[in-house]
Design a protein around this ligand. Sequence first.
Ligand code: GLN
Length: 198
Amino acid sequence: VTTVGVLALQGDVREHRDALEAVGVTTVGVRRIRELEALDGLVIPGGESTTIDKLLGIFELREPLRALLRDGLPAYGSCAGMILLADRVVGGTADQQTLGGIDMTVRRNAFGRQVDSFDTELEMAGVDGPVPASFIRAPWVEEVGPGAQVLSTVTGGPGAGRIVAVRQGALLATSFHPEITGDTRVHEYFVSIVRKER
Ligand code: GLN
C-alpha cells in the first residue's frame, strides 16, 4: 500500500485526497506530528501560504516537516503548497517562512488578484499531452537554481514565459491546481515519484 498524507491545516485538502485516491493510493489528513509517521509522500494543498505557515508553527509541524523533507520524503505542493516548498519567496509577508527544499524563488500572487484567476492548458514534462491548469491567485517561479528542473512554462496570455512547474529530486511543485480540474495525471506523476523513492 502507498500512503500519501495531505497537509490538512487549511486549503483544498479534499480535492487532493480525491485525486490521489482516484489514482489508487491511500490518503491521510495530516495535522499532528504522529500523523507524519509511515507516510510515503506528502501533498501540500493550495490555499493561503501565510495561513498554512502560521498553522505549521502553532501545530509544531514546521521543524518535523523540514527534517522529513531533508531526509527525502517525496512531496508535492500546488499553488500555496508550491510557495511552502520554495527556498525563497518574494511578495510574501515580512515574517513568512517556508519549509523549503526546492532551490527556487517564487513570487506570490504573481499573476494578479483574484479576478486575474484563469484556466488554461499546458505542456508539462512527465505528463503526456496538454494538462488542464487552474491558476487562482497563483505564484510563478522567478528563477530556479541548478538542482531544480523546470517542467512547465506558460506559453501565452498572462505570465507568458514564466515557470509554473518544477521538480527537484522527489519534490514537485506547480503554480496551478490540477486537483480541481478532474484530470489526475499530475497526481499520477507524483505517485510515480513516490513509488520510485520508497
Ligand atoms: N495566493 C495564495 C498564497 O499566496 C495562493 C493561492 C492558492 O493556493 N490558490 O498563498
